[in-house]
Design a protein around this ligand. Structure first.
Ligand code: 6PG
Length: 237
């Protein structure tokens, strides 16, 4: 199933994303007794994570992973773990052993190898993702060789902006997820989002975000009106 939802502003987008995340968590726990989620990085998810703190979910049944990480220490200002810890993790009763940090302090290939073992091959119940202005998602960047990875679920990658060394879930991991939820806000994403809509059904997309197509899972694109000024047709995919 694929859906696209348009929200009038960033606040309504967070409300909608929060409701979707809570529903997916509850459904996963009801069906499988647990929920494996990969958290998005960057800055947009912070407000969603802050709202998630108050959610009535069984945190002891959640396993929290990361969609990607910058290769910096966990207390570094650019660390996705630090952002998630400040906004969410330190406020909820998630067992420490169930928060699976990507060890950004290691060399990228070593960190990716370790995280491949941590993540395992059980599909994620939810992959939360954002999208950069260049159409990257997680730390999968346009033209990157890691886009060709079909086996490993975690790869090292290079970003065109600092911090350049990254570790990321691969398309193989993301396209094995039971549900993928993109949350995209802001006018600076509008042009690239319009390209994503054009490429979502293409056989050879150029945009990493358009390459995320869960094989048997659900794909949801949530965006605000500002990110929808790129002229794309409002359509259900
Ligand atoms: C990262 C993220 C990345 C992010 C986009 C959007 O490590 O940067 O995982 O994929 O989702 O860059 O970032 P913003 O939400 O800050 O625009």
């Amino acid at each position: 199933m694929k859906t696209v939802r348009l929200f009038p502003d960033a606040s309504a987008l967070v409300d909608g994303a929060l409701a979707a995340v809570i529903a997916i968590i509850r459904r996963s726990i009801a069906e499988r007794g647990s929920c494996r989620i990969s958290l998005a990085g960057g800055s947009s998810p912070r407000s969603l994570y802050e709202r998630l703190v108050q959610a009535e979910v069984d945190w002891s049944a959640l396993h929290l992973f990361f969609g990607d990480e910058r290769c910096v220490p966990p207390d570094h200002a650019s660390s996705n773990y630090r952002m998630a810890h400040e906004a969410l993790l330190r406020h909820v009763a998630s067992p420490v052993a169930q928060v699976h940090r990507i060890r950004g302090e290691l060399f990228p290939e070593e960190a990716a190898r370790c995280y491949n073992e941590v993540l395992g091959r059980e599909p994620l119940d939810l992959a939360l993702l954002g999208m950069g202005r260049d159409g990257h998602t997680a730390s999968l960047f346009p033209g990157g060789p890691e886009l060709e990875e079909r086996e490993r679920w975690v790869v090292a990658s290079r970003s065109p902006i600092e911090p350049r060394n990254r570790v990321s879930l691969s398309l193989a991991a993301l396209n094995n997820a039971r549900t993928v939820l993109f949350v995209v806000a802001g006018a600076d994403k509008a042009d690239r989002l319009a390209l994503v809509w054009r490429e979502l059904e293409d056989d050879a997309p150029t945009c990493p975000a358009a390459m995320v197509r869960p094989a048997s899972g659900e794909l949801h694109w949530y965006r605000d009106a500002a990110a929808s000024q790129g002229g794309e047709s409002t359509h259900t995919i």
